[in-house]
Ligand binder design. Structure first.
Ligand SMILES: CCCCCCCC/C=C\CCCCCCCC(=O)N[C@@H](CCSC)C(=O)O
Ligand SMILES: [Zn+2]
Ligand SMILES: [Zn+2]
Length: 473
């Protein structure tokens, strides 16, 4: 029994349950729920996944406390009714579509779900079937133990996150808004317990992302009169466009270090570094220019301090002896939370500085607002408390920003507390495997993820608002 009087169920699972837990994840990996594009996804597999979770989590699907709805044909929304309707609900999120994977370069086939050397291998083991299965698994294990949640919560499982979530997550968020739901907070993918990520920082630390970058997909296009290649003009569409693209690559967007959650993160991490890095990080008032330059050295830390510019598509030319009529390139900008889409567009215009290059915005959205991470922020505090109890070896929890995009951005209409965190240890090799090759999760890591959610649900039920300081009254 915990201090609030509610009975607490220890996160201990029998040998039989532990086998069932990992086998359930393996089965989920074997269903090739690939999202190729908005138009192209494996709908047979998406539907099969729905059947699969019904089969492996019978208690969740038969509980009278839980309402299950299929949204936008393949996504899933679960409403778990708590016993105390005065408590504001929260939401756990994940997605079960995955990016494509060809077998090339993989140690084991990407949709085999094979266990080898203590790891379950396959596409989706980190991004993000691990979370889908861990959430349902933790709830199943709690219900089997007759746990009755006090605080209501939702589980939203998206089927099209990898192609923007405009069908699944967006429809669920509209549905919840129409029902008048306001969430205390939500938890989605987007950050991890990081280990061996930063040179000289040996101890693992947990990063809870409290914001997410925005994005701008910009098409650059140059049209020129085609003609015979034997008498070429001084400049072709390809030459003009290449020069513009090169200027953009050579002129990075401004370094925004010093604003936002990363400053707080480095302050919290400072004493974990050996001398002299600890001294430098403890005195950012003096060493800010040095630290901001050091952050630029590595692609991941660089992505944390600025809007990034990635040229991802380039098309031009029709035949070897024809002056190309047009050339076009697509650039994917990931916008730092301290900038806006408009500001980035203005910077791009100034850098390109050539009227012959047309700019076409294909898609854009703003960075997410920064969610609170102070002592009153329930979502952040609950995550931090649960990290400390499930992973006693993790001493430091820091706020961060997510450099990629998640389904959570579709829920700003119903909450101010968006927290991105997967309770899984990740090193740089693991990071490269996400959307890459040899994605895998250790059985131990996955069991701990289940345990974490098992504890998080119980902690949310017993959470006590901190008593405000006198001056806040
Ligand atoms: C000092 C601190 C160092 C911190 C290092 C930060 C390391 C970041 C760790 C993990 C980030 C992984 C993010 C995973 C989420 C991926 C989500 C995704 O791929 N989304 C797609 C969405 C496509 S929508 C068209 C995307 O392209 O962003
Ligand atoms: Zn993902
Ligand atoms: Zn992904």
């Amino acid at each position: 029994t915990d201090p609030s009087g509610a009975s607490r169920i220890p996160p201990q699972f029998s040998e039989e349950e532990r086998v069932a837990v990992k086998e359930a994840l393996k089965g989920a990996i074997q269903i090739p729920t690939v999202s190729f594009s908005h138009e192209k996804s494996n709908t047979t597999a998406l539907a099969e996944f729905g059947e699969y979770i019904r089969k492996v989590f019978p208690t969740v699907f038969h509980s009278s406390l839980i309402q299950h709805e299929v949204v936008a044909n393949y996504s899933h929304l679960f409403t778990v009714q708590g016993s105390d309707s005065s408590l504001q609900p929260y939401m756990l999120m994940a997605h079960f579509d995955v990016v494509p994977a060809s077998e090339e370069g993989w140690e084991v086939p990407p949709f085999s779900g094979l266990e080898r050397d203590g790891f379950i291998h396959g596409r989706g083991t980190l991004d993000n079937k691990n979370s889908v299965m861990a959430i349902l698994q933790a709830l199943e294990l709690l219900l089997i133990r007759n746990y009755r949640p006090r605080r209501s919560f939702f589980i939203a499982l998206g089927h099209d996150e990898e192609v923007s979530g405009t069908k699944g997550a967006r429809t669920i968020s509209a549905l919840l808004q129409a029902r008048g739901v306001r969430l205390a907070f939500l938890v989605d993918e987007g950050s991890f317990i990081l280990e061996d990520f930063i040179p000289n920082l040996k101890k693992p630390f947990a990063m809870i992302s409290v914001s997410e970058k925005g994005a701008l997909d910009l098409m650059l296009r140059v049209d020129m009169t085609p003609g015979h290649s034997s008498a070429p003009p001084k400049e072709t569409s390809i030459g003009i466009l290449s020069a513009a693209v090169s200027r953009l690559e050579q002129t990075p967007m401004p370094n925004m270090f010093g604003s936002g959650p990363m400053k707080k993160a480095l302050k919290l991490l400072a004493n974990e570094f050996p001398f002299p890095a600890n001294l430098v990080l403890n005195n950012l008032w003096l060493f800010r220019p040095l630290v901001s330059r050091l952050m630029e050295r590595n692609p991941v830390t660089n992505a944390l301090v600025r809007t990034t510019t990635a040229v991802t598509i380039f098309n031009a030319g029709v035949k070897v002896n024809v002056i190309p009529p047009f050339a076009q390139a697509t650039i994917n900008f990931r916008i730092h939370p301290s900038q806006t889409v408009h500001e980035v567009l203005e910077l791009v215009k100034n850098i390109v500085a050539d009227d012959r290059v047309q700019l076409h915005v294909l898609r854009s959205f703003e960075p997410l607002p920064i969610s609170p991470s102070d002592a009153q922020a329930m979502g952040y505090q609950l995550l931090q408390q649960t990290i400390q109890s499930v992973f006693p070896e993790v001493n430091i929890v820091v706020p961060g920003i997510c450099i990629a995009n998640t389904d959570s951005r579709h829920y700003t209409n119903i909450t101010n507390g968006i927290y991105l965190f997967n309770p899984v240890f990740l090193n740089s090799q693991g990071f490269s495997s996400i959307h890459g090759i040899n994605e895998k999760i250790s059985v131990q890591n996955y069991e701990n993820q289940v345990k974490f959610i098992f504890e998080l649900i119980q902690n949310a039920d017993t959470y006590k608002e901190p008593v405000p300081h006198l001056h806040e009254l």
